[in-house]
Design a protein around this ligand. Structure first.
Ligand code: PLP
Length: 419
């Protein structure tokens, strides 16, 4: 039996989901890539530009002061949402990718040396892999990869062996964007801290679903992108624990981050401004704060997790009944606490599956999902990924399953006619 849809009222507040797209209802199942925006987010950005636009920091007139207060209030909202102790632990960036690059160049580049190790996992998105290759090459440190078990979960025994007294940084995703695998970040933070290493959590796929608390995870750094949690594009977060602040070097140099400058020398402002050079993304920060407020006031975290897991289970059970579909990842775990499912359809390229679904107004992602080494290791260079958010419904899953069943049946019939 299908469970009752708990978010009917909140879904009404997301305009793009409530009007025809191409003349049909939009079935949006690419939420791991980006999410749709509630009217409250659109209004917050629009009224900033319409009624109170200004930039932060420097102006002494009212509009500039208002913009500064709104920007700093947004920082406070993010800190509260993540359970951070101080607002100055929150740095605004352009997205998760920039946040990880910032940690690499503002912290790792000056802290790592020959003989040190950086430990990541086989599950990482390119955003949490490529920059560590570069830092390893630049500092002489070694990049080590925690492998996964056949079911797609992290090999914790190997993790214990790879995290040693040589490790300076453990950088891991909280949830894999390809397999949906949740990573036991707290246990890995304990391992990292036992050897004096820092831990960075790429929470791009967990923060959007709520309930992430930096103190409970005991992480030193945590990153995510605003657009994946109903906020605008062009805004990301880097949480940097207070105890790290003395080790942070400016990442970019320019206005806003400088305390005093002469022609040959300069000194830097305190955190978080030291890492926010240039005119900041004020409208984006205001939009992100509106998105987090929407989450906190309209949604219940437990209900979001339960609803998304129920949709995931419904999808997995349906896919298991369609001949020729192979599901990737830890299926049992996804049924209890997942929100995305990747799969391959025998005889049909993932891009063709996505294009066929698109003809029915269903949006899914297909490809290597920016995790090429993982895709290669799984022997599945391209897969189809369905990713849910709180606003998806059981009827949408039924429709997707019906279209996929038709596709697989038609494809089998076509092949059987070939000479
Ligand atoms: C796990 C993970 N990390 C990092 C990113 C990069 O996010 P952005 O492109 O918004 O910087 C993504 C985006 O898909 C992701 O899923």
């Amino acid at each position: 039996m299908k469970h009752a849809y708990p978010f009917a009222q909140a879904r009404m507040m997301v305009p793009l989901l409530n009007k025809p797209y191409n003349g049909q209802p939009l079935i949006y199942l690419d939420n791991a890539a980006t999410t749709h925006k509630p009217q409250a987010v659109i209004d917050a950005i629009s009224s900033f530009y319409t009624d109170a636009y200004g930039t932060t920091g420097r102006g002494l007139y009212r509009l500039a002061e208002q913009a500064t207060s709104a920007y700093e209030a947004a920082r406070g909202t993010v800190a509260h949402f993540l359970g951070a102790q101080h607002a100055d632990e929150i740095v605004f960036t352009h997205g998760a990718t920039e946040s990880i690059n910032m940690v690499a160049y503002a912290w790792a580049a000056s802290q790592l040396a020959q003989g040190d190790t950086i430990v990541i996992s086989a599950l990482e998105h390119h955003a949490n892999l490529l920059v560590w290759q570069q830092i390893a090459a630049q500092t002489g440190a070694q990049l080590l990869i925690i492998p996964i078990l056949p079911d797609g979960t992290l090999n914790m025994q190997q993790a214990e062996q790879l995290i040693t007294k040589h490790t300076k940084l453990v950088a891991l995703c909280h949830i894999s964007n390809l397999l949906g695998t949740p990573v036991e970040v707290k246990a890995l933070a304990d391992l990292a801290h036992q050897v004096g290493a820092k831990i960075l959590v790429d929470a791009s796929q967990s923060v959007p679903h709520g309930g992430v608390n930096v103190q409970e995870l005991d992480c030193d750094m945590l990153v995510f992108s605003g657009h994946k949690i109903m906020g605008p594009t062009g805004i990301g977060i880097c949480y940097l624990k207070h105890s790290l602040h003395d080790q942070l070097q400016p990442y970019q140099r320019g206005g806003g981050m400088v305390y005093s400058a002469a022609y040959q020398t300069a000194t830097w402002r305190e955190m978080p401004y030291r890492l926010e050079a240039g005119t900041p993304p004020v409208a984006q920060a205001i939009g992100l704060a509106a998105a987090l407020n929407f989450f906190s006031t309209q949604l219940d975290v437990q209900a979001v997790h339960a609803h998304e897991a129920a949709l995931t289970k419904q999808l997995i059970h349906g896919l298991q009944r369609i001949p020729g579909i192979q599901i990737l990842g830890p299926v049992d775990e996804l049924c209890t606490r997942g929100h995305l499912v990747s799969f391959v359809c025998s005889g049909i390229h993932a891009h063709d599956v996505a294009a066929y679904l698109s003809m029915h107004n269903i949006c899914v992602r297909a490809g290597h999902h920016c995790a090429q080494p993982l895709a290669q290791m799984l022997g599945v260079l391209a897969s189809v990924r369905v990713s849910f958010y709180w606003y998806n419904t059981a009827d949408e899953v039924d429709f997707l399953l019906a279209v996929l069943t038709r596709l697989m049946t038609e494809n089998t019939a076509l092949y059987s006619k070939l000479p």
